[in-house]
Design a protein around this ligand. Structure first.
Ligand SMILES: [Zn+2]
Length: 435
């Protein structure tokens, strides 16, 4: 087990007051470059992360676009050219560099051609991602007719009856693209009735498969009942919570999460699939990190349900002593999962899906939910580890560079994305997952 991750020997917490006042002292006396980074004030570290991220972005563009003769072999956001677009779009949002936006348009156009007739329908691995991101990029360029073109293409996507339900290749991966469009283009760009019809199928199928089990909802992908974010319950529950569920459906979602919490491993980690006894993976795709993000979402949904019901300012109530969390179970379970990520999440890979970058987002998410600066420090610690060591460890063969080393979900594009996202932590979102 130990060879999957580096032991986390970083200090559990260094307050920002210590970072500004004792920084000079530590810089002078300590030879450990990682510790020096941990003592930097958050914003100073972010300046360094930004410089590194923009350099990485240029490398990613060169490797995935320039050197391929501007031809797209893998168009997906997960491992292919659309991931480069996603990173460029983030860089544009941070720097307002118009060249990045122009490049986004160029690459997304090539992805549009490459994804025709692919039969894949999701945001992460299919044509929905290309058309949705294409429409949003075109809107930012100010080209309304191009944006409408991508939207029209999006609306031509058909879901086959044998489609799975999971996030990477299935129905919720398509629904996530609908949410992305509604978020960035306008509320009813993809109408509720359309999303509702797809949601109905997912709920029905989940209840059908769960009939004999103890969880109210269950799904299968390639014959296995997965629990994680990429192929299983965590990802499906996450997306469902954004679909305007009926009260009985929302209860089923929450009871499914309660089932997962009460059947997690004694270590606090989560099995990758139903009945699995192997407590190995601490990834977004399989294990505690992906589940943690879903639990944060569930805690938010609980809070907003209560806020609507009681018509109160929940932030003020939280300041007054968390009174609104009548039921703190999801918040507590998310925090428990966060502990697993802190202890076992310094993976020997850099990426978003099963690497340190993706795991760092768990702390950002917990920080947004709770406002606790300890979580922001933990994000900073994981990012500092990457900044200080990732390139070196990969060169030495002590860290896996990823099968697609410049991609968003397996490679350094994801690391660059995290670095840029940290500049505004309250706006940071796990790429192509949190909205
Ligand atoms: Zn993975």
């Amino acid at each position: 087990m130990a060879d999957r991750y580096f032991p986390n020997e970083m200090q559990r917490y260094i307050p920002e007051t210590a970072t500004s006042s004792s920084n000079e002292l530590v810089t002078e006396t300590s030879k450990d470059s990682l510790t020096k980074l941990l003592y930097l004030p958050y914003n100073t570290l972010c300046d360094r992360l930004k410089t590194s991220a923009l350099d990485l972005k240029d490398t990613v563009v060169r490797e995935t676009w320039g050197l391929s003769g501007k031809r797209v072999h893998d168009y997906t956001l997960y491992t292919g050219a659309l991931g480069t677009v996603y990173l460029l779009f983030k860089a544009y949002q941070v720097t307002k560099n118009q060249n990045d936006l122009k490049l986004c348009s160029e690459i997304v156009k090539a992805c549009e051609t490459a994804s025709r007739n692919s039969g894949r329908v999701t945001f992460l691995c299919g044509r929905a991602g290309v058309c949705a991101l294409g429409a949003v990029v075109a809107k930012h360029v100010g080209d309304q007719s191009l944006s409408d073109h991508y939207l029209a293409q999006f609306k031509e996507i058909r879901l086959s009856s044998d489609l799975p339900h999971e996030l990477l290749y299935g129905r919720v991966g398509y629904l996530w693209a609908c949410s992305f469009l509604n978020h960035h283009i306008g509320q009813d760009t993809i109408p509720y009735s359309h999303r509702r019809a797809v949601t109905d199928e997912i709920i029905k199928a989940g209840r059908r498969l769960a009939r004999k089990g103890r969880s109210p909802l269950m799904y299968e992908w390639h014959g296995k009942k997965y629990w994680g974010a990429a192929h299983g319950l965590a990802g499906i529950m996450y997306v469902l919570m954004d679909m305007g569920l009926k009260p009985d459906e929302m209860e089923d979602v929450k009871d499914t999460l309660r089932y997962m919490i009460s059947n997690r491993f004694p270590s606090g980690n989560y099995p990758s699939s139903e009945g699995s006894e192997s407590d190995r993976l601490v990834h977004w795709c399989h294990g505690a990190p992906g589940v943690a993000l879903t639990l944060v979402k569930a805690a938010q949904v609980t809070v907003s349900d209560l806020r609507i019901a009681l018509s109160i300012d929940w932030k003020k109530q939280m300041d007054d002593g968390d009174k609104v969390f009548g039921d703190k179970e999801f918040l507590q379970a998310a925090a428990d999962a966060g502990e697993v990520v802190w202890n076992r999440g310094l993976l020997k890979r850099v990426g978003i899906c099963h690497g340190i970058s993706g795991n760092a987002y768990v702390f950002l998410s917990l920080y947004r939910l709770t406002g606790k600066v300890e979580y922001l420090y933990r994000t900073k610690a994981f990012a500092s580890f990457l900044l200080d060591r990732a390139q070196k460890l990969i060169l030495e063969g002590k860290m896996h560079g990823g099968d697609c080393p410049y991609s968003m979900f397996e490679g350094v594009a994801g690391m660059a994305y995290l670095f840029l996202d940290m500049i505004e932590p309250s706006h940071a979102r796990f790429p192509a997952y949190e909205l």
